[in-house]
Design a protein. Structure first.
Length: 137
């Protein structure tokens, strides 16, 4: 079971320094990444097996072109809490690297924003992939 969780940890890890600042949709600028997000998607492990996942994330401004992201994601086989820093790479695109010491995995995260929706792709260095669609809460 620990091996499955190790493979699970990085793809579902969307995240960053746990900051609980929440921006409500009515007050949020739809072009600003900061806010509270939730949604789901799937994780494809490096073994080829696939699971559905549900995630919640909090994203906060962390400087010019940088955001702190903390997230919790869960599948039928486990739950992971992850944190990362996202850097702006385009008009509505962000990316970062993460390391999860609990499961000893590392990887990359890419976020693309379209108003109050984001698409999140995570890839572990060992080949597991997560794909999630989230909406601002």
């Amino acid at each position: 079971m620990h091996a499955a969780r190790t493979i699970f940890a990085a793809p579902v890890a969307l995240a960053l320094a746990a900051i609980s600042f929440v921006v409500t949709p009515a007050l949020a600028d739809s072009n600003d990444l900061a806010g509270s997000w939730s949604g789901g998607g799937s994780v494809v492990y490096n073994t080829g097996s696939k699971e559905k996942a549900r995630c919640r994330a909090s994203i906060n401004k962390a400087g010019t072109g940088a955001y702190a992201m903390s997230a919790t994601c869960a599948t039928a086989s486990g739950k992971v809490v992850q944190a990362t820093t996202l850097r702006k790479t385009g008009s509505s695109n962000y990316s970062g690297r993460y390391r999860n010491t609990e499961y000893n995995v590392e990887g990359t995260i890419r976020v693309s924003q379209n108003g109050n929706s984001i698409s999140v792709m995570t890839t572990t260095d060992n080949g597991a992939v997560g794909s999630f669609s989230m909406r601002r809460q």
